[in-house]
Each structure stands twice: as structure tokens, then as C-alpha cells.
Design a protein around this ligand. Structure first.
Ligand SMILES: NC(=O)c1ccc[n+]([C@@H]2O[C@H](COP(=O)([O-])OP(=O)(O)OC[C@H]3O[C@@H](n4cnc5c(N)ncnc54)[C@H](O)[C@@H]3O)[C@@H](O)[C@H]2O)c1
Length: 257
């Protein structure tokens, strides 16, 4: 079950903490992977690491700025030229910006939405026509517990992730009868660079709100991505699935910031 043998995936933000774990997981399940990121050097080292571990697969590192329509188009062309038609898209690229709402500039608001929401739109729109023409596709987006739960000081982030949830639910209904599934993974807190760098007191407060008692491991998101990309997940669509250790926001963690 859950074999991705012969499948071609494109991952955005693939050099990051969750993106690189998703690349590893997809590759481990048998997929060829286009490793795309704004940071081309880091994408290349992620692709090299995957190639060293899974030498029977094809990997291609490609620079892609998900906020730029031309860059997205070029990245998909390069990926399809190297691997063949892309049947699986995993939208992971993201940025974080914590600020009091009254201090948030319009430029910062727009930049956050551009990366998460416009980026998800542009990549999904680029991938979809080929998937519909072939009658098969898997689109996996990345939301966050910040969308359903809300998170203080990250209002633009919560708004962008809420927008992704809406995109997923609506697009899944639009293409549900044509072989393409659209879902989102909404992680809680994971051991990725952005969280590893948090002050210890903040991590302790957050962990108190996680009944499982720890931050998640990136490979736990990778495993979910493999499931959502698999043939077996054909009936799972329009869903926002949240690996989060039963996390809910408390209030002390937010007051501390
Ligand atoms: N880490 C967590 O605990 C957590 C929790 C909930 C949601 N998420 C979401 O998961 C995703 C990945 O998070 P992460 O922790 O791996 O972050 P990360 O910062 O480690 O990785 C993000 C990657 O996106 C890339 N990127 C940034 N802007 C880009 C752009 N314009 N075009 C293409 N690539 C771009 C960065 O270069 C980086 O490699 C994000 O969407 C984030 O919002 C993460």
C-alpha cells in the first residue's frame, strides 16, 4: 500500500524543515521528485541528500519563487522536462512574521499572503490542467493550526492559512469527479528550524498545550503527505488534516510573546 512508484511529484519550499522531510518521504515511497525552493542552493543540497539515499530515483533541484507567475511556470517546465508529467503537487513554501496587528504594514500583510495564498494558487493552477487532462492528480497544500484556532501576533499568517483551507475545500468539490484530490495538511508545532530557534520558555509553554507532550517530527508530516499522494487516498479529498498531538492554543503562551 501507498507506493508512489513511477509517480512524479513537485514540492515547493522543499529545502525547508517540513519540505525536505516531505521530499524524503515521497522518495522513500518511490516517487521522482522536483525539489523546488526560492533558495536554490538549499534545494540542491536537499536533492543531493535524497539522491544519495534513494539512488534509484530521479531528483531535480529547481529555483522557484511561488509568488512569481513566470518563475512558477518555468519551474514546472523544467520539472516536466526532467521527470515527465507532474501528477503530485505538494505546496509547502511559507514564511513567518510575528508582529502586533496594529504595527503590521500593508506591505508585510501582502507579502505573507503572496507567499502562502498566492503561491498555493499559482502552483495549483499550473499543475491542474495536466492532471485533469490525464484524469489523475494529487494536490496537497500546507495549512496550519493557526487557521482553525487563530494565533495572536500572526494574524496575516492565520488569514493566509484560512484562505488555503477555503481554496482546498472549494477546489476539491470542483474537480472531485475528475480524478484529482485536493487536501491540506495543517501541522501543529514541529521540530523545524523556525521552532527550534524559539526561546526555551516559549517552547515549554507551547508544549504544555500539546497532550502528546512534544513537538511533532517532520517525518510525521512526510508520512501523511505520502498517504494523501497515494492511490489509496482517492476518496480523501477536500480535507484539512491536522497532525498536532491534540494541540489547542492556551492563553499563557500567547501572553508571553
Ligand atoms: N514548522 C511548523 O511547525 C509548521 C506548523 C504549521 C504550518 N507550517 C507550514 O509548513 C510550511 C513549511 O514550514 P517549515 O517549518 O518547513 O518552514 P521553513 O522556513 O523551514 O521552510 C520554508 C521554505 O519555504 C521557502 N520559501 C520561502 N518563500 C518562498 C517563496 N516565495 N517561494 C518558494 N519558496 C519559498 C524557504 O526558502 C524555505 O526553504 C509552511 O507553509 C508553514 O507555514 C509549519
Amino acid at each position: 500500500m501507498f507506493s508512489l512508484e513511477g509517480r512524479n511529484a513537485l514540492v515547493t519550499g522543499a529545502a525547508g524543515g517540513l519540505g525536505s522531510a516531505i521530499v524524503e518521504a515521497l522518495a522513500g515511497a518511490g516517487a521522482n521528485v522536483a525539489v523546488t525552493d526560492l533558495d536554490e542552493a538549499s534545494a540542491a543540497s536537499t536533492a543531493r541528500a535524497a539522491a544519495a539515499r534513494f539512488d534509484q530515483r530521479a531528483f531535480r533541484a529547481i529555483r522557484c519563487d511561488v509568488t512569481d507567475e513566470a518563475s512558477v511556470r518555468a519551474a514546472f517546465s523544467a520539472a516536466e522536462e526532467a521527470l515527465g508529467p507532474i501528477d503530485t503537487l505538494v505546496n509547502v513554501a511559507g514564511t513567518f512574521h510575528a508582529v502586533r496587528f496594529e504595527d503590521m504594514s500593508f506591505a508585510a500583510w501582502r507579502a505573507l499572503l503572496a507567499c502562502h495564498l498566492d503561491g498555493t494558487f499559482l502552483c495549483t493552477r499550473q499543475a491542474l490542467p495536466g492532471m485533469l487532462a490525464r484524469g489523475f492528480g494529487r494536490i496537497v497544500c500546507t495549512s496550519s493550526v493557526a487557521a482553525a484556532g487563530g494565533v495572536a501576533y500572526e494574524v496575516a499568517y492565520g488569514a493566509a492559512k484560512g484562505g488555503i483551507d477555503g481554496l482546498v475545500r472549494s477546489l476539491a468539490r470542483e474537480v472531485g469527479g475528475r480524478g484529482v484530490t485536493v487536501n491540506a495538511i495543517a501541522p501543529g508545532y514541529f521540530d523545524t528550524p523556525v521552532n527550534v530557534a524559539k526561546p526555551p520558555e516559549e517552547k515549554t509553554l507551547l508544549t504544555r498545550n500539546i497532550p502528546v507532550g512534544r513537538f511533532g517530527k517532520p517525518a510525521e508530516v512526510g508520512a501523511l503527505a505520502v498517504y494523501l499522494a497515494s492511490d489509496e487516498a482517492a476518496y480523501t479529498t477536500g480535507q484539512i488534516i491536522s497532525p498536532n498531538g491534540a494541540f489547542t492554543y492556551g492563553s499563557a503562551d500567547l501572553e508571553s510573546r
